[in-house]
Design a protein around this ligand. Structure first.
Ligand code: PEP
Length: 247
């Protein structure tokens, strides 16, 4: 089963109008066959429209979060409907910085994911263990716990799973290709047993955590690594090399 590679660039709390103009120029000039790869950039909320207008149309623009609430007295929140109103139909949910810094629970992330999917959005759903959990051999258990709240979603065609070990995010400590493959294989097995073999075969499971152009070539050779979610390196022109390396 061949799955179309997916590369996401998560800009986190970085960017400006000037930066968007500069990076869009680099990205738009890159010669890439977009039939062969899905590419997505997630800027901060306030720059979604600026980036959407500047960036090549064959690349996706994604939000970095949203609320499960439809509207009302929820200061500073952004709804699924608002994202769709400005033409954004992808969202990253469950990023480890949301889970750990902002204490978003597995249940809340599950609710947000269901709300987004039910309303026709696509979701990059992030999961991953901390260093301490890995050292205690709890990696698989943590992944299962993080997936549990979305186990009953009826349609998996609009979701990409990002396996992002917390110890590898922004640390320079990339998982080895063998470590990434081991976790992805475990996840594929879980989907096969708990959802269906069809979903397990079709679902894209991407790796995130200190991916750079140099390490992406070995990681992508692993049969269950279907692409990457890239933080720091997506703020550099070299992001294009990561995209090229997966094709
Ligand atoms: C991320 O934020 O999802 C990420 C993987 O960051 P970095 O590539 O900087 O480790």
């Amino acid at each position: 089963m061949s799955r179309k590679p997916f590369i996401g660039g998560n800009w986190k709390l970085n960017g400006s109008k000037k930066f968007i103009a500069e990076m869009s120029k680099v990205f738009n000039e890159a010669e890439l066959d977009s039939e062969k790869v899905d590419v997505c950039i997630a800027p901060p909320f306030v720059y979604l429209e600026t980036l959407r207008n500047a960036l090549r149309k064959d690349w996706i623009v994604s939000a970095q979060n949203c609320t499960e609430k439809p509207k009302g007295a929820f200061t500073a929140e952004i709804s699924v409907g608002m994202l769709q109103d400005i033409g954004i139909d992808w969202v990253i949910l469950g990023h480890s910085e949301r889970r750990h810094i902002y204490k978003e629970s597995h249940e809340l992330i599950g609710e947000k994911t269901k709300k987004a999917l039910e309303n026709g959005m696509s979701v990059i759903f992030c999961i991953g263990e901390t260093r301490e959990e890995r050292e205690k051999n709890l990696t698989n258990q943590v992944l299962i716990e993080q997936l549990a709240p979305i186990k009953d979603i009826p349609d998996w065609s609009n979701i990409v799973i990002a396996y992002e070990p917390v110890w590898a995010i922004g640390t320079g400590l990339v998982a080895t290709p063998a470590q990434a493959e081991e976790a992805h294989l475990f996840l594929r097995g879980w989907f096969s047993e708990n959802i269906s073999t069809d979903v397990s075969e079709k679902l894209r499971i991407i790796y995130g955590g200190s991916v750079k152009p140099q390490n992406s070539t070995e990681l992508i050779k692993k049969p269950n690594v279907d692409g990457f979610l890239v933080g720091g390196a997506s703020l550099q022109p070299g992001f294009v090399e990561i995209v090229k390396n997966v094709i």
